[in-house]
Design a protein around this ligand. Structure first.
Ligand SMILES: Cc1cc2nc3c(=O)[nH]c(=O)nc-3n(C[C@H](O)[C@H](O)[C@H](O)COP(=O)(O)O)c2cc1C
Length: 211
């Protein structure tokens, strides 16, 4: 057992060494770490149209089940943001905090719609799209969050959308301290806040791998 443990540690170490020698992999690791879900944003920073366009552009480079590419993207800038803010819910696991705190609301969004009825393949496409867009946001110095808890009917009506909205992605300059913690598969996975820091538990690698 002990040998096996050491062997695994050595292999992990070698993989990390090799990864840090190859720049792109190291960059992805940094982007992934910075790509946290922010529920509070710097109000003095206004996201621009060209930034949302650059973020949406990743969708011309990503996979899609049967390459259907049914997703469409409605950028929302600060002038329309209040309409969307009224229809979303952030931090459902911390209801007592009423996030976002007043004055830290995001001022830009991307509404992800589907031209086809929602099914499991469309939902997978939405996930791939959202994470790709968030990574692009982080690369250009912004942050964001996926928002599944929103009033679909209201958003469709308010933005006169031809297609059903499936996910909202908020974009902004994050203004929170977020720290990942390592947990076991049986531990509590709920995120929490302590002394102004937002903690996000993540299951350790060894327990993610099925033997
Ligand atoms: C598909 C999806 C939908 C989500 N919807 C919401 C939401 O409606 N409100 C919210 O506050 N967070 C939402 N989140 C963010 C998760 O709570 C967040 O990913 C999780 O707490 C882990 O934090 P991390 O993204 O920083 O790793 C959503 C995330 C995903 C992937």
């Amino acid at each position: 057992m002990a040998d096996d443990y050491l062997g695994k540690k050595m292999a992990d170490y070698r993989t990390r060494q090799e990864a840090s020698a190859r720049k792109p992999a190291a960059t992805l690791e940094r982007l992934l770490l910075r790509n946290r879900s922010y529920r509070g944003y710097d109000p003095s920073y206004t996201v621009r149209e060209d930034q949302l366009r650059r973020i949406i552009a990743v969708n011309t480079r990503i996979p899609s089940a049967r390459n259907r590419q049914a997703l469409r993207f409605r950028p929302v800038l600060s002038d329309e943001a209040p309409k969307l803010l009224a229809a979303i819910r952030l931090g459902g696991a911390l209801p007592e905090l009423h996030l976002p705190l007043p004055g830290t609301e995001p001022n830009a969004f991307i509404i992800v719609c589907s031209t086809l009825p929602e099914d499991r393949w469309i939902d997978m496409d939405v996930g791939i799209s959202a994470q790709s867009m968030l990574l692009q946001a982080v690369e250009i110095g912004l942050n964001g969050i996926c928002i599944g808890a929103f009033d679909r009917e209201r958003v469709r009506r308010e933005f006169a959308l031809e297609w059903e909205p499936l996910l909202v992605v908020a974009i902004g300059r994050g203004a929170e301290r977020i720290v990942l913690t390592e947990i076991g598969a049986g531990d509590d996975r709920a995120y929490y806040r302590r002394d102004g820091v937002h903690y996000v538990p993540k299951i350790r690698l060894e327990e993610l791998i099925v033997k």
